[in-house]
Design a protein around this ligand. Structure first.
Ligand code: ADP
Length: 158
């Protein structure tokens, strides 16, 4: 069984993430969308809120699971029997960052391979960071987030 982990903060999930997962679906038997919990990294939304949104978006998708993990991504993959990581590349700075991480994960994870998909042009400008700025600034994030989720100022839980 080919299992891939799509790790991220998903603070919050965007239509860019969803597009990437949809495109990767035919390549794997199962994809686990996993929130990496890093206690030193401050997020706008709580872990519970981010997981709830992921569940809402992916309930309909066959072969997609939602989970979270602490500590190293590579160790989480080994624990659940995933040999692949899935990541997206939007631009050169994503590439520079991801290259190092994937090389490290290959060593730490005993041969884990990271599969990269290039963002489609219509999504390559979308990031959780931009969506957070829009929300905090009082703007409307709906063009950038999946239609199943509703974000209001009261969703800010951290
Ligand atoms: P992290 O905090 O680990 O960067 P993110 O939740 O921001 O996690 O992103 C998770 C993954 O989704 C990353 O590989 C990122 O490159 C990818 N990604 C984010 N936005 C997009 C997008 N608009 N199109 C394609 N991939 C994306």
């Amino acid at each position: 069984m080919k299992i891939a982990v799509f790790p991220g903060s998903f603070d919050p999930i965007t239509i860019g993430h969803v597009d990437l997962i949809k495109r990767a679906q035919p390549l794997f038997d199962r994809i686990i969308v996993a929130v990496g919990v890093n206690s030193t990294k401050k997020t706008l939304f709580s872990l519970e809120q981010r997981l709830e949104w992921l569940h809402q978006v992916f309930t309909e998708y066959p072969g997609i699971g939602v989970d979270h993990f602490e500590n190293l991504t590579a160790h989480y993959c080994q624990r659940i029997g995933a040999h692949y990581l899935l990541r997206g590349l939007r631009n050169g700075s994503d590439f520079d960052y991801e290259k190092t991480i994937s090389q490290l994960n290959h060593i730490v994870g005993n041969g884990i391979e990271t599969l990269f998909l290039i963002a489609q042009p219509e999504y390559s400008h979308i990031s959780s960071t931009i969506v957070r700025e829009i929300i905090v600034g009082g703007g409307d994030p709906t063009p950038f987030i999946p239609e199943q989720i509703k974000i209001s100022p009261t969703s800010i839980t951290t």
